[in-house]
Design a protein around this ligand. Structure first.
Ligand code: OOG
Ligand code: NI
Length: 468
């Protein structure tokens, strides 16, 4: 039997293949990756290997998320088949339609590995947005029909590609030759197409929403951005700015502060104009410039429980309230850090004991433990060690902010029209697969580790906050 190329190997190679493609198409991406690597190396040099608590340096160096946008439930279902061939499953539901003041008519999920060991091997994830063409606030009936016809007529992923993906998912990998073919086809599906864009149609959609034009205005899809992970996003921001690259005004998500990092911090810069071909109403083809893609970078922190998320929302609202009249990057950062200290514990262990963050727990030794199983006592005596679970998902407000800050114009929407109801269940029906709840995955991992601690030490662990 030929050696099989496993799902995690395929996934790692897919991320590399897309990076090569994207680096050719958007040269600023290569600069971003170079600077990210320097930031990470310097960070480890300064702080030592304990920073690897949130992911080994090998994992973080290879870590990327991509973003793609599709036009219909049928296209989303095909994307799901493709990603399943890389061991990536849909996790989370994000409704960006109301999360942004610009016109962003999409709902999204993220395809990623879900098992902790698969994440450790390669955590490649793709934020995948689907156009909601039947939302009347954005599209009138004629535009909806035209969009649906246009999208139904195109084919983003070919039969051979989807067939290989199905086989890979079923067998847990592919033979080396099939793997090469699968990767070549999968990567090519996200290449910027040289086919001309219908100028009138594109402009019509762009008046409504630049995102809609990007999704429904051209006959193919493409990778919108590819995001490296850094261990210190403020350092990255400063270094990119020093190179003359204009970043968006702020880092989205939690502020920099003295305590533990939670969830996700992201920032981005607008990519350059790219040359594209446009077909005019008289049939002639002209060259024009489009600016839809950008560079993004992120720093990941500890996953929060429902209660932790609630505190996060309140802290964020308070930051927004207090920043209302504060100008200047440094002053704003100082205010945000101060607010954060009012809401979150400064010590990581308190994030665990107060039930705000998710952790895995392990016994420091296998000697039977004679004390009580109280978690606080177990941790303070050193019998049990807590390790943070890294946040593997996205934040709707940051995602909307990233969409928005990179749009040149607001688009238009009819606020009086009826919104189309969309929730996780409906999206899951579109995909034809269950969508995992991020929090349920983190909780399962935490609970499993606690049960293991109990077995190893021969105690029943008590005093674990539910975090609900
Ligand atoms: C996706 C924007 C969301 C993130 O990192 O939050 C995203 C898009 O622009 O298609 O990628
Ligand atoms: Ni992104």
């Amino acid at each position: 039997m030929t050696a099989i190329v496993t799902l995690s190997e395929l996934r790692a190679r897919f991320a590399v293949g897309l990076a090569e493609l994207y680096g050719r198409e958007v040269p600023a991406y290569t600069t971003l990756v170079d600077v990210s690597r320097q930031v990470n190396e310097d960070h480890i040099r300064r702080h030592g290997r304990q920073v690897e608590r949130l992911g080994s340096i090998d994992r973080v160096t290879a870590e990327r998320h991509g973003a793609i946008r599709v036009g219909s439930p049928a296209e989303l279902a095909q994307a799901a088949r493709l990603f399943a061939g890389f061991g990536m499953k849909p996790v989370g539901f994000y409704d960006l339609r109301d999360a942004s003041s610009s016109s962003v008519p999409v709902v999204s999920t993220a395809f990623r590995p879900t098992a902790p060991d698969e994440l450790a091997r390669n955590p490649f994830r793709v934020f995948t947005s689907m156009l909601v063409s039947d939302d009347r606030r954005f599209f009138d009936e004629a535009t909806q029909r035209q969009l649906e016809t246009f999208i139904a007529a195109r084919r983003l992923f070919g039969e051979e590609l989807l067939g290989l993906a199905d086989r890979s998912a079923a067998d847990g990998g592919l033979s080396p030759d099939d793997a090469d073919r699968f990767l070549a086809l999968a990567t090519a599906a996200f290449e910027l197409s040289p086919d001309p864009i219908d100028e009138a149609w594109y402009r019509h959609l762009k008046r409504i929403s630049a995102v809609a034009a990007d999704i429904g205005g051209s006959p193919s899809t493409h990778i919108n951005h590819l995001t490296p992970r850094v261990l210190d996003i403020d350092d990255l921001y400063a270094r990119m700015s020093a190179r003359g690259i204009t970043m968006i005004d702020e880092v989205q998500g939690p502020p920099a502060w003295a305590g533990p990092d939670v969830l996700l911090r992201q920032t981005s810069f607008r990519a350059l104009d790219e040359s594209r071909l446009f077909r005019q109403p008289d049939g002639t083809v002209t060259e024009g410039l489009l600016r839809v893609r950008f560079g993004e970078v992120e720093q990941r922190g500890i996953a929060l429980t429902e209660r932790g998320r609630d505190v996060y929302e309140r802290a964020t609202a308070e930051v927004v309230r207090q920043l209302y009249a504060v100008t200047g990057r440094e002053a704003r950062g100082a205010v945000a850090a101060e607010v954060w200290a009012d809401f979150f514990p400064i010590h990581e262990v308190d994030l665990a004991l107060s039930g705000l963050g998710f952790f895995t727990y392990r016994a420091a030794s296998s000697a039977p433990y004679t004390g009580t199983g109280d978690l606080r006592a177990l941790l303070t005596s050193g019998a049990v060690v807590a390790e943070p679970i890294v946040y593997e998902d996205f934040l709707p407000r940051s995602a909307a902010g990233i969409f928005q800050s990179n749009l040149a114009d607001q688009g238009s929407r009819d606020h009086a029209a009826q919104a189309k109801n969309y929730d996780m269940e409906r999206l899951s029906e579109s995909i034809g697969l269950p969508i995992d709840e991020p929090v349920a995955l983190y909780r399962r991992q935490q609970d499993k580790s606690l049960a293991e601690v109990g077995r190893t030490l021969g105690v029943t662990v008590t005093g674990t906050p539910t975090g609900r």
